[in-house]
Write a protein that binds this ligand. Structure first.
Ligand SMILES: [Zn+2]
Length: 284
């Protein structure tokens, strides 16, 4: 991939210094647990006060504690710049394409970098679950350790495989903007038997949307054929990245399938070749 390090994206929210968010030892935020968080949320509603700030000893001092976190390595700093480059490029691409192709203005998602665990509006983000997009807060959650896993466990090395993961997650954000995510969630709630098949279609469409970005980068000579091969391997190899938010507000990872490797590469190709969301109707 052709890219030049250019600093950290404005849309990257770096929480790596927070030592694991709610699960960690950060002084400003005690460990409430999911039950405790829910309880505080309910009590906050009842009392019309944000009780999180009361139970956090001193929210204003959070910044000071990030400096005592483990120092980032040079390699990791480069990865942050790479993530920034890809994130900005994917989102710029959608800013250009979405009004014409989908009739909607694109709004940027944020990408949260964390270590081990962090809090999301969809529940706790954990490294073990892999990267995911939370439609509630419109943020992508990513632990850079996942890229190591991508190389090791999934056998999908290369920068484009990493870029593909980010483009796929932003694909879920595009689904949110287009109202597809809400529609699918309603269908899933009214017909439990359709939960898994609909999830597969959502995932395949995100693969296709990642392909649309790849089409744009190919035209701009950012990627070449070997990158595309790596992207295909990633599409075929990457495991589940979705947390299913239950109606109760609790979160539990689901073990639904993403469709076969063949389906995933096929839909990635469809986006790559067409560069158009009309070629990504996986619900047909
Ligand atoms: Zn996904």
């Amino acid at each position: 991939m052709q890219w030049t390090p250019g600093g950290v994206s404005n849309d990257v929210e770096d929480r790596r210094g927070e030592g694991g968010g709610f699960s960690g030892m950060r002084l400003g935020t005690p460990h409430f647990g999911i039950g405790g968080i829910l309880l505080l949320r309910i009590l906050s509603l009842v009392f019309h006060r944000n009780l999180f700030t009361i139970f956090s000893s001193d929210a204003g001092s959070d910044q000071a504690f990030t400096t005592s976190a483990p120092a980032s390595t040079d390699a990791e700093n480069k990865e942050v710049q790479f993530v920034s480059f890809v994130l900005d490029d994917v989102q710029k691409t959608w800013q250009n394409l979405l009004p014409a192709q989908g009739g909607k203005q694109y709004r940027n998602a944020k990408l949260v970098l964390f270590r081990d665990a962090s809090e999301s509006a969809c529940g706790e983000a954990q490294s073990a679950v892999g990267p995911f997009y939370c439609p509630e807060d419109e943020k992508v959650y990513l632990d850079l350790g996942f890229f190591e896993e991508l190389k090791g466990r999934f056998g999908a090395p290369g920068e484009f495989a990493q870029a593909y993961v980010i483009a796929h997650e932003i694909g879920h954000h595009v689904q949110k903007i287009l109202g597809i995510e809400a529609k699918v969630r309603r269908l899933q709630q009214s017909n439990r038997a359709e939960v898994n098949p609909l999830s597969v279609r959502m995932e395949l469409q995100a693969d296709c949307f990642a392909g649309i970005w790849a089409n744009s980068t190919e035209q701009r000579k950012i990627i070449d054929n070997s990158d595309v091969d790596a992207g295909m391997r990633a599409a075929a190899a990457v495991g589940d990245d979705r947390l299913q938010k239950q109606a109760t507000g609790r979160v539990r990872p689901e073990s639904f399938t993403h469709g076969s490797s063949q389906q995933r590469t096929q839909w990635f190709q469809s986006g790559l070749q067409s560069g158009n969301i009309s070629a990504c109707d996986t619900f047909r």
